[in-house]
Design a protein around this ligand. Structure first.
Ligand code: RB5
Length: 142
C-alpha cells in the first residue's frame, strides 16, 4: 500500500519519524515535503499530498503540522478528500470505519511520537464499514 505524507516545518521531524515507522511496516511512502525545519506554508504540502490521494497514486495520506489543523483544513479543500484531524487512535480508527477518511492529520505540538504512531496504525488498519455510512459520505461529496 502506498501512503502520501506531508508536513510543514512544525511537523517535519515527526514526519521523518513516521516515514521510518511506515517503512518498518512495509508501506510504500511518497514524501511530498517539506524537507527541512525552515519555515514554509502548510497549504502547499496539504494540497500536494491530497493530490496524490485523489489521483489514485496513493491510497491514503498522512499530514502533520504544529496543530494538525491548518494542514487538514487545506487538504479538505481538495475535492474527494476526507481528512480527519485527530489526537488519539480511537478517533483515527472511527474516521476510517464511519467516515471513510482518506487522510489523517495531527499536530506534532499536540501529541508525542508514540501517540502519533498509534494514530497512524489505527488509521491505516481501520476498514470502512459502508452500509448506512454510504449515504452520508455521498451527501458530503454532493
Ligand atoms: C506553524 O507555525 C503553525 O501555524 C502550523 O504548523 C499549524 O499549527 C497550523 O495549523
Amino acid at each position: 500500500m502506498k501512503i502520501a505524507i506531508g508536513s510543514d516545518h512544525g511537523g517535519f521531524e515527526r514526519k521523518e519519524a513516521i516515514i521510518q515507522h511506515l517503512k518498518e511496516k512495509k508501506y510504500e511512502v511518497v514524501d511530498v515535503g517539506t524537507h527541512s525545519k525552515d519555515s514554509v506554508d502548510y497549504p502547499e504540502f496539504g494540497h500536494k499530498a491530497a493530490e496524490k490521494v485523489v489521483s489514485g497514486e496513493c491510497e491514503f495520506g498522512i499530514l502533520i503540522c504544529g496543530s494538525g489543523i491548518g494542514i487538514g483544513i487545506a487538504a479538505n479543500k481538495i475535492k474527494g478528500i476526507r481528512c480527519a484531524t485527530v489526537s488519539e487512535p480511537y478517533s483515527a480508527m472511527l474516521s476510517r470505519l464511519h467516515n471513510n477518511a482518506n487522510m489523517v492529520s495531527f499536530g506534532a505540538r499536540i501529541i508525542g511520537e508514540d501517540m502519533s504512531k498509534a494514530v497512524v496504525d489505527a488509521f491505516l488498519e481501520g476498514e470502512y464499514e459502508g452500509g448506512r455510512h454510504d449515504r452520508r459520505i455521498q451527501a458530503i461529496e454532493k
